[in-house]
Design a binder for this molecule. Sequence first.
Ligand code: SAH
Ligand code: SF4
Ligand code: F3S
Length: 442
Amino acid sequence: MTDLPKTYRVKSFGCQMNVYDGERMAELLGAQGMTAAAEGADADLVVLNTCHIREKAAERAYSDIGRLRREDGSKPMIALAGCVAQAEGAEAKARSRMIDLVVGPQAYHRLPEMVAEVANGGRPVDTDMPAISKFGALPARRKVGPSAFLTVQEGCDKFCTYCVVPYTRGAEISRPWADIVAEARSLVEGGAREITLLGQNVNAWSGEDEKGCSGGLDSLIRALARIDGLERLRYTTSHPADMTDGLIAAHGEVDKLMPYLHLPVQSGSDPILKAMNRSHSAESYLRTIEKVRAARPDIAISGDFIVGFPGETDEDFTTTLAIVDSVRYASAYSFKYSARPGTPAAVMEGAVTAEVMDDRLQRLQVRLAEHSLAFNRATIGKDLAILIDRKGRLPGQMIGKSPWLQSVFVETDAGIGDMLDVTVTHALTNSLGGVLRTAKAA
Ligand code: SAH
Ligand code: SF4
Ligand code: F3S
């Protein structure tokens, strides 16, 4: 028997959905009377909210556990949560004796009970995947920052051959319309001015509105845009196969929907896309981008890329550079392929050597950076609305987001959550600098 923890820390390592889960776990622990440990202070309970997507991400979980041992030899209560917890289950407990409980991403509403079990001498594991029940068991949203995440869809049925998500997050499910609208309202009441709708395949969301009419993500976006006080809507991540005409049209019609679309392509080569089981070709992807740009000409496109998928030749890689040049991405994430246990690609032939992967990644990133810089430079001299979301490092400096999700540095005495008009004066690959025009009424 040990005491119940009084303080907690949640560390999230993964994607935005993982961050959202981390926030919900923190709220859940807070509702039990625990308080967040101060920055740098020791916590009684540490929740490691892990990511399994690439080997490096998964390994981080275990390297972090080692560092939690205190000088006197004691340790906090350690909960392994997130996608590594889901993938490894009870094996994780065998791998590290320091782990006290293992809870998957669909079961974390049970965290308080599990913590109590640990205090009673147990070492529980819960990696069940009940259909969506976790949301109903979570406390209401508490005070949030100006920009909030809201998970509307979970899981993935796409089974790209390299990816663990269909196994760690389970089948695609959409949260019900009314729950999402209620959560969005409470986020806005708690201070959010921008909401990003999240899902592994967020544009696969479907549901029925209050009148029983079924619709897709576009109808949900149109309804959420009617919430007073909510000024910006975004969504991520989308799959090219689920970019419906309705959703594309919404980009041209819903003012609050920001001109930004994260639409991963992964590769520009059709044979590789086929081996990845991506269900789109380079050409069909480009056609989708064209339609989106016709609906919203100033939209910023971002993407994800994998280099060094098994069998990728120099020629395949060259077509990836070609698609980068034709889309002119405003921003992008690029990764070296990482073989993940249990996925079909892990046993494919034609492994690409580490040296070749390094070289391709470097060349791709140089090209992507050129396009980001060009996109950012094109905003110099423009007046943008910036939603301030954090402090800069210099005194008096604040950082906000442009409609195109660029980080904009500005000197101002405005606070977090204020919306400002800023004239862009300079541009770097990953940020903009600007000067204040007039402070809009916040
Ligand atoms: N559901 C989203 C995001 C999935 S994970 C989508 O389909 O786009 C985020 C990104 O990680 C992917 O887009 C992909 O580029 C990358 N990724 C996934 N599995 C990977 C692996 N095994 N190796 C390297 N990168 C991977
Ligand atoms: Fe993974 Fe593909 Fe699903 Fe995205 S669509 S989560 S890359 S399986
Ligand atoms: Fe990682 Fe799980 Fe997200 S594997 S990318 S935390 S869905």
